[in-house]
Write a protein that binds this ligand. Structure first.
Ligand code: SAM
Length: 275
């Protein structure tokens, strides 16, 4: 018998994949967690029915949330990830030789546990000596740390449940305080096709806190509409006037110096969301 998994992405649209077996399923303190084997994308991590990451296309999201900010900052040493319990963002961060310390603050220890057990190619750097994994609410963590980090990445779920507060202006103010005086941050900010009012609001809120605010895009097959956005707030460094020639070459599959620039070229309908 053929088995298919569908993520209902909007009221009227879904993405459907043929699946093998369901490897793991549980209700955690925060969300429904499933690890499913798919024929096209390999193993897939699903939270509350929403695809978080898959073995085949995870590199796009993880490289783009990581390398754009880390190549914008001239010398990132201390980096914070909020969410991101699968470990993919941490794996990419550690490719940067300047990074001395990476802190991951994930609210749900089950996401970390299941990723370590079943997604080794994604979670492989979580036990590195430069990494601290803290199981707590990222909002509280950011409020309690001032002037600490060079770069912060908000690798969150969609704005539901514990992630609602990660899309709020007071969170961006707390991030500003948690960053050093030349720090910068990036948040995943959903699909410009389906989440247009969220993107307009988030962009306006980040712009009200940071002197430099820039949105960039990439294509992710398993995310709603395939077109995905990230928004950067920066105190000093602009992602398009960055000097990359003195940076080490790192091993990537999606990110290049050219993609770093072109990702900020926006279709007209996306530019219009930011006015
Ligand atoms: N790449 C993914 C995407 O966009 O679908 C996100 C991946 S990662 C699995 C998202 C993580 O954010 C989840 O594991 C979730 O538990 C965590 N999270 C949600 N709200 C949080 C909060 N307030 N503090 C820390 N982590 C949070």
């Amino acid at each position: 018998m053929e088995m298919w998994f569908t993520e209902k992405q909007t009221e009227n649209v879904g993405i459907t994949c043929k699946t093998g077996k369901t490897i793991h399923m549980e209700k955690t303190e925060y969300q429904d967690l499933a690890l499913i084997d798919t024929l096209q994308f390999g193993k897939m991590l699903v939270l509350d029915g929403t695809v978080q990451t898959t073995e085949k296309d995870e590199f796009i999201y993880h490289e783009m949330i990581t390398h754009v900010p880390l190549f914008t900052h001239p010398n990132p040493k201390k980096v914070l990830v909020i969410g991101g319990g699968d470990g993919g963002t941490i794996r990419e961060i550690l490719k940067h030789p300047s990074v001395e310390k990476a802190v991951l603050v994930e609210i749900d220890n089950k996401v970390v546990e299941v990723s370590k057990k079943y997604l080794p190619t994604i979670s492989c750097s979580l036990d590195d000596s430069r990494v601290s994994v803290l199981i707590e609410d990222g909002i509280k963590y950011v409020q309690n740390n001032k002037n600490e980090f060079d770069v912060i990445m908000v690798d969150s779920t969609d704005p539901v449940g514990p992630a609602v507060g990660l899309f709020a202006v007071d969170f961006y103010q707390a991030i500003y305080q948690a960053l050093k005086e030349d720090g910068l941050f990036v948040a995943q900010t959903e699909s410009p096709f389906y989440n247009n009012s969220l993107i307009s609001n988030v962009y306006r809120d980040i712009q009200s806190v940071f002197p430099i605010t820039q949105l960039y895009l990439c294509s992710i097959p398993t995310y709603p509409s395939g077109l995905w956005s990230f928004t950067m707030g920066s105190k000093k460094y602009h992602p398009l006037t960055v000097e990359q020639s003195n940076k080490a070459e790192i091993d990537t599959k999606y990110y290049t110096k050219e993609i770093h620039k072109s990702a900020f070229s926006l279709p007209k309908f996306v530019e219009d969301l930011l006015k």
